[in-house]
Design a protein around this ligand. Structure first.
Ligand code: GTP
Ligand code: MG
Length: 195
């Protein structure tokens, strides 16, 4: 797939702000700071399209990005960020949940996990939800530039085990810093649209 144009559509607080057409959407879910927004920029070759920050909690709403008028990427707020109030947590949780549970356009959800860490309880919950909702259960392991080759292989096994991934389920190590994994992710996206 050769992308010509990508653009920001809307940052939605509530369902009524979601785009109204029937374009398919691919969503990126994962903990705060795992690198969801950075991955979207990497995939689209757009440095500042999705806002990123070294402080967790940058993306707080559901952000839609149009790709050549054919489909959309959806950047979700992160979960599991300890340093916010209970009220704030509940509000982000609700925003993620509303999108994931009600969006008919949603074609696939990618679960992002930091390659250096064992998936958290919330990661497991999210992954179970993804599988139980009938999505493929594709995992993207971020920040691969932080580890050597052998450690990457080891961590992929840890993540597979912790999330109880099936042997067919795909896990791709990526890095928004050195741009590794970009073509594997695009191959996967192409496959999703070809079936
Ligand atoms: P929230 O919006 O808070 O949920 O976070 P996010 O998942 O969108 O993370 P974001 O893309 O904003 O990245 C968080 C931090 O991690 C930033 O400082 C990024 O520069 C850094 N980061 C993201 N991806 C990578 C990566 O592949 N390698 C390295 N080394 N740093 C990364
Ligand atoms: Mg973000």
């Amino acid at each position: 797939m050769k992308i010509k144009n990508s653009s920001f559509v809307i940052s939605a607080v509530s369902k009524k702000q979601y785009p109204e057409d029937a374009l398919p959407e691919l969503a990126f879910a994962g903990r705060s700071n795992v690198g969801k927004s950075s991955l979207i920029n990497m995939l689209l070759n757009r440095r500042g399209l999705a806002k990123t920050s070294s402080t967790p909690g940058k993306t707080q709403l559901v952000n839609f990005y149009d790709i050549d008028g054919l489909f959309r990427f959806v950047d979700l707020p992160g979960y599991g960020f300890a340093k916010v109030s209970k009220t704030q947590k509940a509000s982000w949780g609700k925003i993620i949940e509303t999108y994931l549970q009600s969006r008919e356009n949603l074609l696939e959800v990618f679960q992002l996990v930091d390659i250096r860490h064992k998936p958290s309880g919330e990661d497991k919950q999210m992954y179970d939800w993804i599988r139980n909702s009938g999505f493929s259960g594709i995992v993207i392991a971020t920040k691969a530039d932080k580890l050597g080759k052998q450690q990457i292989a080891k961590q992929m096994k840890v993540i597979r085990n912790e999330l109880q991934m099936t042997p067919e389920a795909v896990i791709i190590p990526v890095s928004a810093s050195d741009r590794s994994g970009k073509y594997q992710v695009w191959d996967l996206i192409n496959q999703i649209f070809e079936v």
